[in-house]
Ligand binder design. Structure first.
Ligand code: SF4
Length: 290
């Protein structure tokens, strides 16, 4: 396998074979994101990707490769016929593979027809990770996410209708103090409309080199205090209605670890937050650094 630059993957793909189908992110506009700022986006030649698959097979000749994650940023942007070819090669080279997944940006999902998505699912693309970040249109515009609330909902539903597993990410504190309420309530609205299998929350960390870092320095935005992040989370949980969705906020960036299943655990999650507020004990920013 050959890797170019830093390779990112969702936490749940820690044990997966990672193969870069694309390099970087085709959008690269999000003001908070530092992941692919050093890469010019391109789709790798398919023969190169297949070579990597064979190299990985040789390397893992005695190990069963159960999961494959196709990186980088938004591999779903690749033409459907090329994706089908790569999925077929993954299945041929790793017949033991049980799950193939990738990141899918909302616009790329919307760029595929329902039939294309179903064909991809049948060919083995089992799971899509979609960054929603916020369900609020003003916040989405401010951070230059490149998709609206309505598009997020439509894209999420399309993935679910195709029979794929959908895992989405939101960012606590992304709207700052100004949009705290809207960010929480509208994010809950989007999740309630989509009802994805998984929802993960990160808490905003502003990295040097991002446009948001400059906005922070200029005083254009303010970061939430831990108590405010929890206030926002309480508002989100009180408004979300997404029966059966697995919820995780146990990332290194989160002030307190939370996890459960909506709607069954909503009350318990709120009680856990209330307890943390009472004790006033949160992870320090030193330990939140990634
Ligand atoms: S958050 Fe996702 S879509 Fe936005 S720049 Fe980063 S990788 Fe690209």
């Amino acid at each position: 396998m050959r890797y170019e630059g830093t390779v990112y993957r969702p936490p749940s793909e820690a044990g997966s074979l990672i193969i870069q189908l694309t390099i970087g992110c085709a959008r690269n506009t999000c003001t908070f994101c530092a992941m692919y700022k050093d890469k010019n986006f391109r789709i790798r030649p398919l023969e190169e990707v297949v070579e990597d698959l064979y190299m990985a097979r040789e390397y893992y000749s005695r190990i069963k490769v159960k999961r494959v994650f196709l990186a980088d940023g938004d591999a779903l942007i690749v033409k459907t016929k090329d994706l089908l070819y790569i999925l077929e090669k993954v299945k041929e080279i790793f017949p033991e593979c049980e799950r193939i997944s990738m990141y899918g940006a909302p616009k790329d999902i919307l760029g595929k027809t329902p039939e294309e998505l179903k064909t991809l699912k049948e060919a083995g693309l089992d799971m899509i990770y979609m960054g929603i970040e916020s369900g609020d249109d003003e916040v989405l515009t401010f951070v230059k996410k490149g998709a609206t609330q309505a598009e997020m909902i439509e894209a999420g539903k399309k993935i679910k209708d195709a029979g794929m597993i959908l895992s989405v990410t939101l960012i606590s504190g992304l709207g700052g103090r100004r949009f705290l309420k809207e960010h929480a309530v509208n994010s809950a609205k989007v999740i309630s409309a989509i009802k994805p299998e998984y929802v993960g929350f990160l808490t905003l960390l502003v990295e040097e080199g991002t446009p948001m870092y400059d906005q922070l320095k200029n005083g254009e935005i303010e970061l939430l205090k831990p108590q405010e992040v929890l206030e926002e989370m309480k508002l989100f949980i009180s408004n979300v209605d997404s029966e059966g969705t697995v919820f995780r906020a146990n990332h290194a960036s989160n002030y307190i670890p939370l996890g459960g299943t909506f709607n069954r655990d909503n009350e318990a999650l709120l009680a856990q937050i209330a307890e943390a507020e009472k004790r006033n004990m949160f992870k320090s920013d030193y330990f939140r650094a990634l």
